[in-house]
Design a protein. Structure first.
Length: 73
């Protein structure tokens, strides 16, 4: 595997065992793998999704804040 942020075409084919983008997308959906579809219709999978780690840290919820519209009288 290369050290890029996204899987390249060969790695995606090896992961899904599918050659065509529509079949790759169907496999990724069935496997529950997070991905996006590019403007050209190809699936884009992050390396973090394959390695099982989060691409970015979980956002912490803000506690105690409510908009003024909700509590207005």
């Amino acid at each position: 595997m290369s050290a890029g942020l996204f899987l390249d075409d060969a790695e995606l084919q090896r992961l899904t065992r599918r050659k065509y983008k529509s079949k790759q997308i169907a496999w990724l959906r069935a496997a529950g793998m997070p991905f996006r579809v590019s403007a050209t219709g190809h699936p884009v999978v992050t390396r973090a999704a394959v390695e099982g780690r989060s691409a970015e840290p979980e956002p912490r919820p803000s506690v105690g804040w409510t908009p003024r519209v909700i509590g207005a009288r």
